[in-house]
Write a protein that binds this ligand. Structure first.
Ligand SMILES: Nc1ncnc2c1ncn2[C@@H]1O[C@H](COP(=O)(O)OP(=O)(O)OP(=O)(O)O)[C@@H](O)[C@H]1O
Length: 351
């Protein structure tokens, strides 16, 4: 494994829990991963896949039996208690439950990790104020957590995680308890902090929409093993593993057409000569107005039934379900043209 700019490098990591009642349970098995400086790296898996165990191995909260966990080039298992404290200080963490102290004000919560930082009381409060401002809560320093919404509490938790100026932020299901709009605003905040502070972010999640919105790379974990890894665009455009495909399907409505076909929906009843087609953008190079091109160039009527196109890493991702109408020869030529332009096509039905 190359370790040029790797901030986190896992190599053949294995972790088994031993318990008297339940016997041995393997949580991680032969996990190799490399996370580079500046990545927003998504680790996605179903419940019980091993995500939280992986995070705990990264910050030394969990021991491991096999393989290697290197953070900033240091093997975590070899760190002295002092080095471990420093590792945790330089590694911020946020969680699904915000874990704020209810009896402390927001300023008090954010200043908490600075207790042993060598700063005096005023300096700690000033730093906490600065952090609350950074997350958009400058006015609420004297409020208590219970007075805030979930999204605001997560902002406070983010401010607290940044108190010691970490260069890695581990986010363990940080948006799972939030509604979709609040999730969006928290992800936008994390992206801004990543861009402004140059922080490397590891996003543990079970939601592919979160990965699509914020990450540049991802790994899919299934029963303790990495089953797929890559750049977000590539994985979304060409998912390989069954689990990855099912995660990608949760972010798109293009598969709904299967239900419509099954239900015999009039929306997709075809007349003789018509073709029902699913088109997917599978390469970053597609920048043409594909629908109008095939319509004009091959003299076809193109009726869009569903559309789901997003921009990921600056390129169009997603696709369309369309009904094509025209001569058989023209339709064949159009399909060939799309194939040669790296549009993934599937003929779903013919009239
Ligand atoms: N302290 C523990 N003792 C015994 N088994 C454990 C312990 N922690 C986790 N496990 C087991 O290890 C496996 C991985 O759990 P882990 O919590 O890492 O998964 P996860 O992907 O984070 O799931 P979730 O999203 O539900 O938290 C599961 O089978 C779990 O039951």
């Amino acid at each position: 494994m190359q370790e040029g700019r790797a901030v986190i490098a896992l190599s053949h990591l294995s972790k088994t829990y031993h318990s008297e009642e339940e016997g041995d349970r393997t949580a991680l098995s032969d996990v190799s991963l490399r996370i580079d400086k500046g990545d927003i790296f998504g680790i996605i898996g179903l419940s019980g896949a091993g995500k939280s165990t992986l995070v705990r191995c990264l910050n030394g909260l969990e021991t491991y039996q096999g393989g290697s966990v290197k953070v900033r080039g240091q093997e975590v298992a070899d760190l002295s208690p002092r080095e471990l404290r420093s590792l945790r200080q330089r590694t911020g963490m946020i969680f699904q439950r915000f874990n704020l102290m209810p009896s402390r004000t927001l300023l008090g919560n954010v200043a908490l990790p600075l207790a042993n930082s060598g700063l005096n009381r005023k300096e700690r409060t000033d730093r906490a104020r600065e952090l609350l401002e950074l997350v958009g809560l400058a006015e609420l320093g004297e409020s208590y957590p219970a007075e805030l919404s979930g999204g605001q509490q997560q902002r406070v938790a983010i401010a607290r995680a940044l108190a010691n100026r970490p260069d890695i932020l581990l986010s363990d299901e940080a948006t799972s308890a939030l509604d979709p709009n609040t999730t969006k605003s928290i992800l936008a905040l994390l992206r801004r902090l990543h861009d402004e502070l140059g922080i490397t972010v590891v996003m543990i999640t079970h939601e592919m929409a979160v990965v699509r919105q914020i990450c540049n790379r991802l790994a899919v974990i299934d029963q303790g093993r990495i089953v797929e890894e890559g750049r977000v665009f590539d994985v979304f455009a060409n998912p390989q593993a069954w689990l990855t495909k099912s995660f990608v399907a949760t972010t798109s409505n293009l598969d709904k057409v299967g239900d419509l076909i099954e239900a015999g929906s009039p929306l997709i009843q075809l007349k003789p000569g018509q073709v029902l087609l699913r088109m997917r953008f599978t390469a970053k190079t597609v920048d043409e107005a594909m629908v109008s091109t095939i319509s004009r160039r091959f003299d076809l009527d193109v009726n869009i039934i569903f559309g789901d196109v997003d921009v990921v890493e600056g390129s169009q991702l997603g696709g369309l379900v369309v009904r094509l109408e025209g001569s058989g020869e023209h339709i064949r030529a159009a399909l060939e043209y799309m194939r040669s332009n790296e549009i993934g096509i599937e003929v779903l039905d013919r009239g």
